[in-house]
Design a protein around this ligand. Structure first.
Ligand SMILES: *Cc1c(COP(=O)(O)O)cnc(C)c1O
Length: 371
């Protein structure tokens, strides 16, 4: 069997939740964002861990994720952040899910379905304050809310918005978006709706202490142990939950002048020891790490040499003694005193830690530990 393994430390996720609570203050309710299979960490085990640690709400992207959580026995409220389609309405009502709402037709359908069943369905109105992605424009919120008032069977539980640049400290547009959101919140307050769940803060806003006094926050990446961007001191107490490891499958000494891998982009300057691992871009290990990445072996960093192939990657292990088939290689995470972070890989591959976690988590067998 391929020795590659993504290991998720559920204890780290619990630790990160308590760090989030410490930063947000004791009053803040937490809507934990577990979309995209909990950023590659596995939605169900992560959600079960968070639920037993007392999380207040879950945020998922789409309906099927919410249904999967319910079917796994999850009891806390679940917000479907992309909203729902007409054909999902009856299952949303039946499974006590919360839809993000920005569409009057969906509102009517939710209302009539809930009335037919004699229940009330919660919704959170989604306000677009400058992300220009999803939601009712902040300038149209009053009008939209007023149009919802006659609809019975819908509980206007909450109102929320999403920030475009909260990961950048001192970015003035975040202040602008929060002002727009507060204006919408005030309008909903005057109409007497949407006051139970008001939320705008993602991980960046939490670290920057923006929008934390509204009663609820909506963090994602910090739960998994990474800051949303570089330069946040307050993020240093968070612990990455994901490790990605493999094992050496071949070790060989080669003479000087030997080319390695496709395209012959690397040639050994002197006699070298090359170790091969069964990891490639198909496993979520980016081809951009060719001749660039480093991995951990015997507790030290060793370089990736030549191109990363679909299923194999070569390492120059000449700096180490006695490397053998079966030795553990850590591509993400800690080995001994050394560590490779998702931020480091993201920087080399021109992306963000979120993307590194999603790719590795989705492409590999996952096992769970609890530190
Ligand atoms: C992904 C997402 C979040 C979480 O963002 P992080 O940067 O991971 O904290 C919050 N709200 C919405 C609407 C999102 O799509």
């Amino acid at each position: 069997m391929i020795p590659n393994e993504v290991i998720i430390d559920l204890g780290a996720i619990r630790h990160n939740l308590s760090e989030i609570k410490r930063l947000a203050g004791p009053e803040a309710r937490i809507a934990a964002v577990v979309k995209s299979d909990a950023y590659g960490h596995g939605m169900v085990p992560v959600a079960q861990t968070l639920e037993s640690a007392g999380v207040d709400y879950f945020g998922v992207f789409e309906f099927q994720e919410a249904l999967d959580l319910r079917q796994a026995g999850c009891k806390v409220p679940i917000l479907i952040m992309m909203g729902i389609t007409a054909d999902e309405v009856s299952a949303v009502v039946e499974n006590h899910l919360t839809a993000a709402l920005f569409d009057r037709d969906i509102a009517e359908k939710l209302s009539s379905t809930a009335l037919k069943r004699g229940v009330t369905v919660p919704v959170h109105v989604k306000v677009d304050t400058g992300m220009t992605r999803l939601g009712v424009a902040w300038t149209d919120v009053v009008h939209f809310l007023e149009s919802l008032l006659p609809l019975k069977g819908i509980w206007l539980e909450g109102i929320f918005s999403h920030l475009a640049v909260a990961d950048a400290p001192d970015e003035p547009f975040t202040g602008e978006q929060i002002l727009r959101f507060l204006q919408a919140v005030e309008q909903s307050r005057r109409l007497g709706v949407c006051q139970e769940a008001i939320h705008v803060a993602n991980s960046g806003a939490l670290l920057g202490k923006r929008g934390l006094d509204l009663g609820m926050i909506r963090p994602g990446i910090l739960l998994y142990g990474s800051p949303p961007s570089e330069g946040w001191k307050a993020a240093s107490t968070f612990r990455p939950a994901m490790t990605f490891r493999s094992k050496v499958v071949q070790v060989r000494r080669v003479p000087a002048g030997t080319s390695v891998s496709y395209g012959r982009t690397y040639t050994t300057p002197e006699s070298a020891v090359i170790a091969t691992i069964p990891v490639g871009y198909d496993d979520g290990y980016s081809r951009k790490l060719s001749n660039q990445g480093e991995v951990l072996l015997h507790g030290s960093r060793v370089p990736v040499v030549g191109r990363v192939c679909m299923n194999l990657t070569m390492l120059d292990v000449s700096s180490l003694q006695g490397v053998a088939v079966g030795d553990e290689v850590v591509l993400l995470g800690v080995q001994g005193e050394a560590q490779i972070t998702a931020e480091e890989i993201a920087k080399m591959t021109g992306t963000i830690s979120y993307d590194v976690y999603c790719s590795l988590g989705k492409s590999n067998r996952r096992t769970y530990v609890d530190s």
